[in-house]
Design a protein around this ligand. Structure first.
Ligand code: ATP
Ligand code: MN
Length: 530
């Protein structure tokens, strides 16, 4: 080979390697949204006159290389105390004043636990002309179920879960006080298991549990005792999953009146007779006996599926969460959406919403957020996640048969309930940036804050019957009540500000665009997202 050919070949190989490296790096940062791929890796700078502000290069350098930590100081009341008042709560990514030009800083005040929020009560009684607390009328709209859409007549011999599936409706997974829910919890916790295999996909190990009547559950194993907190050097995307967070979030979702999470129960299994002896070959291959003679398995997955992170019986029993299985594709096909407030999933990069104060206005011009219930549902989701401390909301799913004006299913809560002494305000970013909330959600929160039964007490009661109770470590209950107060304070801040953080004072810009008049044909705003 001539020298020139060798050089050309070398250069081509280098180019291919570089491209591959770039693609792999971006992969970490891209999300799939139905069929829209929305990159967030571009560093979008925000400045008032469109030009880079002074020191922008320095700030960007500093953010990139000097401020790598994801868990610097916070206003979170240490020691599980709660009840601290007048203290400013800020996001953990709080930056210096110079940075606030290019970065959004999230902050609010921790209210007193005795604050009765009379101002919010007044708004609930008479919403008037404000644009923060939004009354919706979903209950007046048709609410077809899977059974009605597919014209399925429920037969007598259906299983509990089959009946549950047929009852899933456009507005919710199950009705308030639906007797099927406790029945399914009981069945999942006690019925005989006949087969176990690993669930494909996802980052951490999950097992599909088959019962004799063909009903199924999704099993997430316990890894740590209840008191274990998120490791200080773990990012939200390397945090371990907690089975008890799945259980607690189902109860929390139900108590908040959302009913968008599948029922989840705890159960203690015998690892030999209820997993090993029923496992399929692929799972069986990952079983081994630990030095202390316990049976262990690690399965196959992207994170933590190796001998060092194996799941072991103790000595023979293994606790886990059992989530009722979602309906099969034939009747409940789902659409996957990229969450607009998704984090960057990169140890140094920031997401677009972290850098643009005006981000909400961008989102609400884009379908499906420009009309109907979706954006309000994301506010609900951010409240749920803030209360539980779940930072891992990258995608969400909806049921296709109901079209786009339907609820997002609350799935995958394994990373909640990890830091009871820290309130992560960035989880509330959708609410803080859009500045509106469903009236019914505010109503529920206010009742828990000022009524007879605080949220912690309601949750404790709701989970008392779970087979692995107590489900949560005590400090998480204190955290919940404290965080309810913070959400209420955030709504109060919004009312005081008169709505969205946008500088545009046009009322239409504050409302979920049910009233949007013109179809969105390549609005100039979308250029930032493409
Ligand atoms: N109850 C359920 N029944 C059936 N399928 C489910 C259920 N819950 C979740 N899934 C499916 O399994 C996928 C993975 O579940 P989940 O997100 O809880 O696990 P994960 O390991 O945290 O995944 P990821 O790492 O992608 O976040 C979900 O995206 C969803 O499509
Ligand atoms: Mn997950």
């Amino acid at each position: 080979m001539k020298l020139r050919e060798r050089v050309t070949l070398g250069a081509s190989a280098l180019a291919v390697l570089l491209t591959l490296g770039l693609v792999l790096d971006l992969q970490l940062d891209l999300g799939m949204s139905g069929h829209r791929l929305v990159p967030t890796h571009g560093r979008v700078k925000y400045s008032e006159n469109g030009a880079d502000p002074p020191k922008a290069a320095y700030n960007s350098f500093r953010r990139k290389f000097l401020e790598r930590t994801n868990s610097s100081g916070s206003g979170g009341g240490g020691g599980g105390g709660g009840g601290l008042t007048g203290q400013i709560v800020t996001s953990s990514s709080l930056l210096s004043p110079q940075d606030s030009i290019t970065s959004q800083v999230f902050s609010t005040i921790r209210p007193s636990s005795k604050d009765q929020f009379l101002d919010l009560k007044e708004v609930l009684l008479d919403p008037g002309h404000q644009e923060v607390v939004i009354n919706t009328y979903e209950s007046d709209e048709p609410n077809p179920t899977i059974a009605t859409i597919f014209k399925i007549k429920p037969k007598k011999n259906l299983t509990l879960l089959e009946r549950f599936h047929l009852g899933i409706s456009k507005h919710e997974l199950y009705k308030e006080n639906d007797p099927l829910v406790p029945a399914i919890l009981q069945e999942m916790a006690t019925a005989k298991i006949v087969h176990v295999c690993q669930k494909e996909g996802g980052t951490q190990i999950k097992l599909v549990i088959d019962y004799a009547n063909k009903d199924q559950a999704l099993f997430k194993p316990m890894r740590f005792p209840r008191e274990q907190q998120t490791l200080p050097n773990h990012f939200y995307f390397t945090d371990f999953e907690r089975h008890n967070a799945e259980i607690a979030t189902f109860h929390l979702d139900r108590l908040l009146g959302f009913r968008r999470a599948m029922p989840v129960t705890g159960r203690t299994l015998n690892i030999t007779t209820e997993i090993y002896e029923l496992a399929d070959d692929d799972l069986l291959r990952t079983f081994f006996i630990s030095p202390s003679n316990n049976k262990c398995f690690h399965g196959k997955c992207t994170y933590y599926c190796d001998t060092g992170h194996a799941i072991c019986g103790n000595p023979d029993s293994l606790e886990g969460s059992f989530a009722a299985f979602l309906p099969p594709k034939e009747i409940g096909p789902r659409k996957v959406w990229r969450h607009p407030w998704r984090r960057s999933y990169h140890k140094r990069r920031k997401a677009q919403w972290e850098q643009e104060a005006d981000y909400c206005n961008l989102v609400r011009d884009i379908p499906p957020y420009n009309e109907g219930r979706r954006l309000l549902d994301l506010m609900d989701m951010s409240v749920l996640d803030f209360l539980s401390g779940n930072m891992d909301r990258h995608h969400y799913e909806t049921f296709r048969p109901f079209g786009n004006d339907t609820f997002p299913i609350h799935l995958d809560h394994g990373r909640g309930f990890g830091r009871p002494f820290h309130d992560e305000l960035t989880i509330l970013a959708p609410l803080l940036q859009c500045c509106f909330i469903r009236k019914s959600t505010l109503d529920v929160l206010l009742r828990y804050h000022t009524g007879d039964k605080r949220l912690s007490e309601a949750l404790r009661e709701s989970m008392a019957m779970d087979p692995v109770a107590p489900v949560l470590w005590e400090p998480h209950f204190t955290a919940l009540d404290r965080r309810v107060g913070i959400v209420l304070q955030a709504v109060r801040d919004c009312l005081a500000k008169g709505g969205s953080s946008s500088s545009v004072k046009d009322a239409d810009n504050y409302l979920p665009r049910k009233i949007a008049v013109e179809p969105d044909t390549g609005s100039p705003k979308t250029k930032n997202l493409s």
